[in-house]
Write a protein that binds this ligand. Structure first.
Ligand code: ADP
Ligand code: TRP
Length: 325
């Protein structure tokens, strides 16, 4: 059976619609016919979250959210990255076969460099840890948003480089699974929805917050009787993803009809209704799970046990090939 994995960083209070549609939901769908795992990338979150309690809380919240989506009895291995004992050891070994020139090409590194922030080695080494997260478990495919595609290319380069260096075929070159029709979900200001821009709509937002966020989606200033372009509208971009095809087409028609008496305010209220319905089961599951928090930690440990065993199997080969102990 094909193996898939994905991860989200616990860098915010909650998973947002972009994370969900770009990575988590495709991973959930693929989990129906694959051997799947999903994890809390807490080691990857370390630089942006520099308070221990906050990181612990956000990691726990993300775990609850994963279980709310997958169900507590899921076959999918749900685990915390930092519970995997050998992951940083594998990263160190992969660092040794990763060309410096490859790392210099990473968009994530170039973006941070362009922002002129005080760079630390995390930004630089980030893709190597991500490669370990994937290569270490013999993964075939990784559901991710478009922004992560280059990291997957680097993962393949690193796999090839290790295999060449040690004249073996230990590491599989994984594919990215990208939901092409979604591309990148815009946030309420029209930029990529992201925790770091504070422009997101949370998958588990309560109704008040959901309404507030939807109402503040940025639009142009066309009026209720003007023809509007659904394909450039940030409200419609979300309707497009979350509405049923019938409702989506009905709303599209209203955008395109002159004198329809239908403005962005109306579209926002429809979006609120659509999302409230769509998100309700997830919100209810989360409430249920929160009644029994110990179970969440227990399940995380079960997931980590299996993933530790898998990584340890591969590490046996790595140890043999490299000559370390
Ligand atoms: P963020 O940008 O909010 O910090 P992460 O970097 O933790 O999110 O992303 C976790 C996963 O969600 C990645 O696979 C990423 O590509 C995907 N993702 C994040 N934002 C979006 C978006 N706006 N549209 C589609 N996918 C997204
Ligand atoms: N880099 C990913 C992000 O920012 C998170 C991540 C870490 C990941 N390791 C991974 C995603 C392995 C998929 C597979 O979103």
């Amino acid at each position: 059976m094909k193996k898939i994995i994905t991860g989200v960083k616990p860098t915010g209070e909650s998973m947002h619609l972009g994370n969900f549609m770009g990575a988590v939901f495709p991973a959930y769908q693929a989990s129906q016919w694959t051997d799947s795992a999903i994890f809390i990338a807490d080691l990857h979150a370390l630089t942006s979250v520099t308070n221990g309690d906050t990181l612990r809380e956000q990691s726990f919240e993300l775990a609850v959210e994963y279980f709310a989506i997958y169900g507590l009895d899921t076959e999918t291995k749900i685990f915390r990255q930092s519970d995997i004992h050998n992951i940083t050891k594998l990263m160190w070994i992969l660092t040794n076969v990763t060309p410096y020139s490859l790392m210099l090409r990473a968009h994530s590194f170039k973006d941070s460099e362009a922002k002129n922030v005080d760079l630390n080695m995390w930004v630089f080494n980030y893709p190597i840890l991500m490669a370990a997260d994937i290569l270490g478990y013999g993964i075939d495919a990784v559901p991710v948003g478009k922004d992560q595609v280059q990291h997957l290319e680097m993962t393949r380069d690193i796999a090839r480089s290790f295999n060449k260096t040690y004249n073996c075929s230990l590491f599989i070159e994984p594919k990215a699974i990208v939901t092409e029709w979604l591309a990148t979900l815009p946030g309420i200001d029209g930029r990529k929805m992201s925790k770091s821009y504070g422009n997101f709509i949370g998958l588990f937002d309560d109704e008040k917050t959901l309404k507030k966020r939807i109402m503040s989606i940025v639009t142009d200033s066309l009026g209720v009787d003007d023809i509007k372009n659904p394909d450039t509208c940030n409200v419609f971009a979300l309707i497009n993803v979350f509405a049923t095809p019938e409702r989506r087409e009905a709303i599209r028609a209203k955008y395109l009809t002159p004198n329809a008496g239908y403005g962005y305010g109306h579209a926002k209220l429809e979006l609120l209704e659509i999302l409230t319905e769509y998100l309700r089961p997830y919100r209810e599951n989360r409430e249920q799970i929160l009644k029994n928090p110990e179970l969440v930690e227990q399940k995380l440990q079960q997931g980590a046990k299996i993933m530790n065993e898998r990584l340890d199997e591969i590490m046996k080969e790595v140890v043999k090939l490299t000559g370390i102990k």
